[in-house]
Design a protein around this ligand. Structure first.
Ligand SMILES: Cc1ncc(COP(=O)(O)O)c(C=O)c1O
Length: 399
């Protein structure tokens, strides 16, 4: 029997999807399940997006398209970046992919040879680790526990970059913590980054429109424009516009990198579909009221989740200021029992919570932080308080 390639042995199915699947199965069995597990927005894009897709369908050419993305799509993305304070990018600096995940996968292929080192902070978005493992990169993790608000410090970054890794991967606002770096924090990190010209920087900023408390989005290139020559900015329509299933992701960076991503596209996906492209342009250039309204809604939900987390003795929960995640440190529960079932770690905690209370959360170990769990609060609003109440009861019942 022939063998599968070794890289497939390194690829693991997503833990987040496994929790979501278990929750779905219990629901199908008739259990009353509230899911805080999967990080998808609970809204659909505006009507103008569907109108653009329908119009494109009516005029469909049925042909292959650009490996990079159409000029109109790239121009819409460039205008979107300018609104974020990132000006001066041209079409040759940009490329697209089937979601940001695909763009990041392509970047791993484009920037990392086998055995090269990629550095990123923990907690991290699970796919960073999975993708690094598939391309057989060495991973250097920067531990950022709750006690430092899950944020990497300039000193940690300095120590890591002194070892000359090939890539530093950064995510702001963060999945899974919801934490957002302030402008001062970005300045301090950028001051370190400029010292190490041998390292590529990937900044995955797909939640850049979901910032709370009046916080402004900041990134390294605004602080030190010379970082542009080795920084790749990542964006996506998935979360901001409620379009995760449409699969549109972007990158902007040096021309050589955009060209490499485009070449990789030419060898697998060829192009984004015409109808998806039309919808994406409409989302980026049309009315922005959906993302703006949703951001306000998420901020209010964040407050509700935090009120409950702060009221549970022993739980440590840095206050997120973006995205739609809260990442409490629940290690105070380890060693206790619920209904006679022992909770030894985060995975036990999530399993017992799901079985006992019907609430699905993702264990922190999926994100490299086994003291925590991730609550994604994009559930329908009427489910939020009952779900939180069940978590609070669960803690109260621990012995
Ligand atoms: C930090 C981060 N980057 C990238 C992605 C991938 O997004 P997309 O749907 O565009 O592939 C996600 C999705 O959860 C994410 O949380």
């Amino acid at each position: 029997m022939p063998q599968l390639a070794r890289r497939v042995g390194r690829a693991k199915p997503s833990v987040i999807m496994q929790v979501a699947e278990k929750a779905k199965r219990l629901k199908a069995e008739g259990r009353d399940i509230i899911s805080f597990s999967i990080g998808v927005p609970n809204f659909l894009p505006g009507e103008h997006v569907y109108a653009a897709a329908r119009e494109a369908l009516a005029k469909d050419s049925g042909q292959y398209g650009s490996n990079r993305g159409t000029d109109a799509l790239l121009d819409a993305f460039i205008a979107h970046m300018e609104a974020l304070g990132l000006s001066g990018y041209g079409r040759a600096n940009c490329s697209t992919g089937i979601g940001a995940k695909h763009v990041i996968y392509n970047l791993a292929e484009a920037l990392l040879d086998e055995g090269d080192t990629i550095v990123f902070p923990t907690p991290y978005w699970t796919s960073y680790m999975d993708i690094a493992e598939i391309v057989n990169a060495k991973v250097d993790l920067l531990a950022c526990p709750a006690s430092q608000d899950y944020k990497v410090t300039p000193a940690q970054l300095d120590t890591a970059l002194a070892k000359k890794p090939k890539v530093f991967l950064f995510n702001n606002p963060s999945n899974p913590t919801g934490m957002v770096y302030t402008r001062d924090e970005i300045v301090a990190l950028a001051d370190v980054l400029v010292k190490y010209p041998d390292t590529w920087i990937i900044t995955d900023d797909i939640y850049n429109r979901m910032l709370f408390d009046g916080l402004e989005y900041a990134n390294f290139m605004q602080v030190h424009p010379q970082l542009r020559e080795r920084t790749i900015f990542i964006d996506s329509l998935s979360k901001t516009y409620g379009m995760p299933g449409w699969r549109v992701g972007f990158m902007a960076g040096p021309e050589s990198v955009a060209k490499a991503i485009t070449t990789l596209n030419s060898n697998h996906i060829t192009n984004l579909p015409e109808i998806v492209t039309a919808a994406a342009i409409a989302a980026l250039t049309g009315p922005q009221d959906v993302p703006t309204e949703k951001c306000a809604e998420f901020q209010a939900k964040r407050d509700q989740v935090m009120a409950v987390m702060n009221a549970i003795p022993g739980v440590v929960c840095p206050r997120p200021q973006g995205a739609f995640y809260v990442f409490p440190d629940i290690s105070c529960a380890f060693g206790k029992t619920h209904g006679g079932v022992k909770i030894g770690n985060d995975v036990d905690f999530c399993n017992v919570l799901l079985d006992a209370k019907g609430v699905a959360c993702v264990p922190g170990s999926a994100f490299g932080e086994p003291n925590a769990l991730r609550i994604s609060y994009t559930c329908p609003t009427p489910q939020l308080v009952p779900g939180l109440t069940r978590i609070q009861e669960f803690f109260a019942e621990l012995v």
